[in-house]
Design a protein around this ligand. Structure first.
Ligand code: FE
Length: 332
């Protein structure tokens, strides 16, 4: 029955349905299979331009109203809000999107929608550190902890967004005090990416590090060397008794000058479907934004967690303040 429908419908709808142009800051391997599935199901051709987040933003800006792009997909609410502030998105209403994506993970006016969620967690050295000693981001800045923490530089948007969220919750002064405390507890100067922090903990350079969950998921399922390093660290969900763990998203918005508006919305709706959401979780170890989706063994093994429900749109507004604060407090 299912096969028959597939055979009869798919060839007919191809070509008739038009196309959609996507600028994507996701690696091609992490999006292409989904786009192919979308094309199979709808007959809509997807023209993919993949690039780095900053490069795609710049390209959209300079192309202005002549841009072929209908959709911009990128990572981090900081980048999504940046694109919105630059006037590159248009607001979209879709009951399906509004139902599937929790309010905290999308722009209230529909300029962008989170498509997958990542949490910024603490990892610890299983051999050397008692995870009961650190329960919150605040604990990382306690003088009693000592120089045990590894973290990447302040130029990275993940840290900027984490700091912006803290400013939203507790204000500038308390956040600055936290950053100063964190800097005093660093086991080495900020360097490398999130995977490097996990490797540093595994290698004994630090006992604790702050990383996005999907890097740990990727390493747990990666090369033998990555698996060996990841096996040496455990995961702490920060602030479970308080405001919840800081989360961020990958997400997308319809461009202001989109010519294939309906197809762009349709692609967004497809990307929050159960099928697409489960694929994301299993292929890239990111959390679905949609509830009730099969997340695969790795994510399931980490158990459920309480996420901070701060609306991520606020991270864009507070980003410049956060960057200045990090600079003042000596986070390089
Ligand atoms: Fe990343």
């Amino acid at each position: 029955m299912v096969l028959l429908v597939g055979l009869v419908v798919a060839p007919v709808s191809v070509r008739a349905a038009g196309e959609v142009n996507l600028y994507s800051a996701r690696q091609e391997v992490l999006i292409k299979p989904l786009l192919d599935l979308f094309s199979q199901q709808t007959g809509i051709k997807v023209n993919l331009v993949a690039g780095r987040p900053e490069a795609l933003l710049q390209r959209l800006r300079s192309e202005g109203r002549n841009t072929p792009a209908d959709l911009l997909l990128t990572v981090d609410a900081g980048n999504l809000n940046g694109a919105m502030a630059a006037g590159l998105f248009q607001p979209v209403r879709s009951a399906l999107l509004e139902e599937a994506v929790p309010a905290a993970l999308r722009d209230p006016e529909g300029h962008w929608f989170g498509l997958s969620a990542r949490a910024r967690v603490i990892v610890y050295a299983k051999e050397r550190f008692d995870p009961a000693a650190v329960k919150s981001y605040a604990d990382l800045a306690e003088p009693a902890l000592g120089r045990k923490v590894c973290i990447r530089s302040s130029s990275n948007v993940y840290n900027q967004s984490m700091v912006a969220a803290m400013i939203a919750h507790q204000g500038v002064a308390a956040t600055e005090a936290w950053v100063r405390g964190l800097m005093a507890n660093l086991g080495r100067p900020p360097q490398g990416g999130d995977r490097d922090q996990i490797n540093a903990v595994a290698a004994g350079q630090c006992d604790l590090a702050v990383v996005n969950t999907y890097y740990l998921g990727g390493m747990l399922n990666g090369s033998p060397a990555e698996r060996a390093a990841a096996a040496k660290v455990g995961l702490i969900w920060p602030d479970q008794e308080g405001r919840g763990t800081h989360v961020n998203v990958s997400g997308a918005g319809v461009t202001r000058h989109a010519r294939n508006l309906a197809n762009a919305v349709r692609l967004l709706e497809f990307l929050v479907s159960e099928e697409a959401q489960s694929w994301y979780a299993n292929a890239n170890y990111e959390f679905p934004v949609r509830a009730g989706v099969d997340v695969g063994e790795t994510l399931a093994s980490w158990g459920p967690f309480k996420a901070d429900d701060l609306n991520l749109a606020i991270l864009g507004e507070l980003n410049p303040e956060g960057v200045r604060l990090m600079d003042r407090a000596g986070w390089r």
